[in-house]
Ligand binder design. Sequence first.
Ligand code: AMP
Length: 395
Amino acid sequence: MKTLNDFNFKNKRALIRVDFNVPLNDKFEVTDTTRIVSAKPTIIKILEDGGSCVLMSHLGRPKGVQDEYSLKHIVDAVEEIIEVEVKFAPNCIGEEAEEAAKNLKPGEILLLENLRFHEEEKKGDKDFAEQLSKLGDIYVNDAFGTAHRAHASTTIVAQFFTENKCFGNLLAKEIDSIKKVMETGEKPVLAILGGAKVSSKITIIENILDKVDHLIIGGGMTYTFIKAQGGKIGDSICEDDKMDLALDILKQAKEKNVQIHLPVDVLAADAFSNDANTQVVDVSNIPDGWQGLDCGPRSKANFDEVVNESKTILWNGPLGVFEMENFASGTIELGNSIAEATKKGAFSLVGGGDSVAAVKQFGFQDKVSYVSTGGGAMLESLEGKTLPGIAAILE
Ligand code: AMP
């Protein structure tokens, strides 16, 4: 696996795929700079080597060229964070971009206009990728968030750099964290899967059953498992067509010696609303007209115990409807347990889908070992897929 450390960038131009798909407010100011800050170590390492950086990214989902999606809006924010002047190329390909890239001196940065202003980017067009490849001597992929897409800048462009391509620091860290959980994690290894639906997590569950010792299943997925085993789930969310699959997962887990932990009690509500009436009931005995929206106190205590004994922890998906204050405590207490375990030396990785939003909302991002920067990319990694953006560097 080639990383930045395999290269000396002195007098070289690095063509870096970053993920600067940041949120902007109506004044076109960046409201969350996490992604720019995350790319900083890679950029600084290259500049300190005596190289220069050509940064390319997409922003939003433009239909053709649309000023509101121009990356010119983020030039100031990038300058402020990297603390180096940033030049801007108003088109990511073509003579002007090539000229600007060629004229870059060591220590300088050029930011290219939104890649998705060209439809060829998402199509993975080879000619477009070749034009991008002219802008650098070494290709660096540091965008985990788009590594599951075979787009021109994330995957196809790598073909034009036979030897001279590598992972940036951020992408290397993502790959490393996944490896620490899925391959080399210290036992006991625990995965916690929450979220709304079994159907969206099924491939992950099947893949990780071979890798973990314990699996906590929580959130809305719970009720498909409980009903499949004959429990009464009232009006809780359930995928009836996935009940056989749920039973099969329980069987597979037994065969593979994986201990499954489901909630034993829940906080049930008489409506899907923060103002609903609530009561704690057994997970297998939820009255009609009531639905489980968070885990109950006994479940929280059980989960805390499992988390505490684990040395490697993967967390994907909330344990309840955390967006509503009254049903957030299961997710918050789980976050606290993971923070405690991490403090005691466990490795904890949070990522995929909504988990990052929950972790940020409750301030856990500095209390876990690693928070992944890629939603879909993380989910696909957990499903055991090799992401095209990663494969393209390894080839
Ligand atoms: P996912 O994107 O699959 O991780 O699902 C996250 C969503 O699952 C969040 O929006 C939660 O509100 C939702 N969720 C968690 N627990 C429940 C539940 N018991 N009933 C309904 N939705 C839930």
